[in-house]
Design a binder for this molecule. Structure first.
Ligand SMILES: [Fe+2]
Length: 399
């Protein structure tokens, strides 16, 4: 029932937003630069939203994944077009308004000098280019969100790494959000590609499935990696959102051990590798630091004095609470890298106080962190921040 209400609300919101955007174009911008094609495009957007809603609805009724994906992505694209237009149109207006004022000032200064129509044309084109650029960027962002998951090799160096773990390969899987935008067939492709890399272990750091009916098959698929040291899974906030009791039941019935507030030691030669799984604080608003401190303390109790310690924690903020816990590496997800990247980092890096570690490698004290940009998403827009399944390679630092 909830999904049908979502479809209905989505189409109503997308239509209202389109009507609002069109009104702004007609009332403000159309007077200045008459670019009727944009006006026409926005006029048809509510009909497009309705069309995609019907596809989504039938996809849901007859369980056709392609229709569900197409319908939901279509409605989201209508939203994005409207939002991008709303954001950029005022800038177009400012450019044109400024130009009119400059021209008027200049003609007052020098009455003999005639109005320059060529210059006006250039400014007008610049004003029109912003919304056109926004449409291009939106389309690219939507398309990028459907690109295949990249298995990136990430070497991380540690002074205290036991010799036996030098070159140990961890396949880090996070934030699949299995549902309409990331499906079992996508996961199957990731598993096939990952097998070529011969990982030693796989670690899954939460937000596995937004459709719990897919969870058992997803776990079986991941288990086909058949890694020598098997793998573990830990919880994310979406396991709580989708129903924590049902999620845990399905994890426990599956082939991959679930770690909540605990860890296990794996013997590799004479070395001890500790893998721990922190719990998720669920909330996105209040201060999660006290919760993270408690869950990390509980989890690390099963580590030994000589073990090399890896912690799975959905929230990268965990890096701020691990002082004196002897954790060598934390693997996290959750942020999706903000889904927009610049120069290999999140575009929003350093801008969000609550999420300081958005994407990539970080270090604090002796603890290193890798935050994955995630394999899936619940909002289909990515720009310069591809979905990924990092292959973390542990390396001994050279003296
Ligand atoms: Fe999350």
């Amino acid at each position: 029932m909830r999904i049908y209400i979502t479809i209905l609300v989505s189409v109503i919101l997308a239509s209202l937003l389109s009507i609002l955007t069109r009104n702004i174009i007609r009332r403000i911008n159309k007077k200045i630069w008459k670019f009727s094609k944009i006006d026409t495009l926005v006029f048809y957007l509510p009909f497009a939203a309705l069309f995609f809603a019907v596809i989504w609805f039938f996809g849901r009724i007859f369980i056709i994944p392609l229709f569900m994906t197409l319908g939901a992505a279509g409605i989201i694209s209508v939203f994005l077009f409207d939002l991008m237009m709303l954001i950029t149109l005022p800038f177009s207006w400012i450019i044109d308004f400024t130009n009119v004022r400059i021209q008027s000032f200049k003609s007052k200064q020098n009455k003999k000098k005639s109005f320059n129509p060529e210059r006006r044309k250039v400014i007008k084109a610049a004003a029109a280019a912003l919304p056109l650029f926004s449409i291009g960027a939106t389309g690219t962002g939507l398309a990028s969100s459907f690109q295949s998951v990249c298995i990136r090799r990430i070497p991380l160096y540690f002074d205290n790494l036991p010799e036996e773990l030098d070159g140990f390969k961890i396949l880090h899987l996070s934030d699949m959000h299995l549902s309409i935008y990331f499906q079992l067939s996508d996961l199957e492709t990731v598993v096939e590609n990952a097998l070529k890399e011969k990982p030693d272990i796989f670690l899954v750091t939460g937000d596995v499935s937004d459709d719990l009916r897919l969870l058992p098959d997803a776990l079986k698929l991941i288990n086909q990696l058949n890694t020598p040291h098997h793998g573990y899974v830990s919880l994310g906030n979406h396991e709580y959102y989708r129903g924590i009791r049902e999620s845990i039941q399905k994890f426990v019935a599956g082939p991959i051990p679930l770690l909540i507030n605990k860890g296990e030691i794996i013997k590799i030669g004479n070395s001890n590798l500790f893998i721990g799984g922190a719990d998720d604080p669920v909330t996105l608003r209040s201060d999660i630091t006290p919760f993270l401190k408690r869950t990390v303390e509980m989890t690390m109790q099963s580590a030994t004095e000589d073990s090399f310690n890896i912690l799975m924690s959905h929230r990268p903020k965990t890096l701020d609470v691990v002082e004196n816990q002897n954790i060598d590496l934390i693997l996290s997800g959750h942020t999706h890298g903000g889904q927009v990247g610049f120069n290999g980092r999140s575009l929003f890096e350093g801008m969000i106080e609550k999420e300081p570690y958005l994407w990539g490698e970080y270090k604090k004290g002796e603890t290193q962190l890798y935050t994955s940009s995630g394999m899936g998403h619940w909002f289909p827009f990515r720009f310069n921040c591809p979905p990924e399944a990092p292959l973390i390679i542990l390396k001994k630092s050279k003296a």
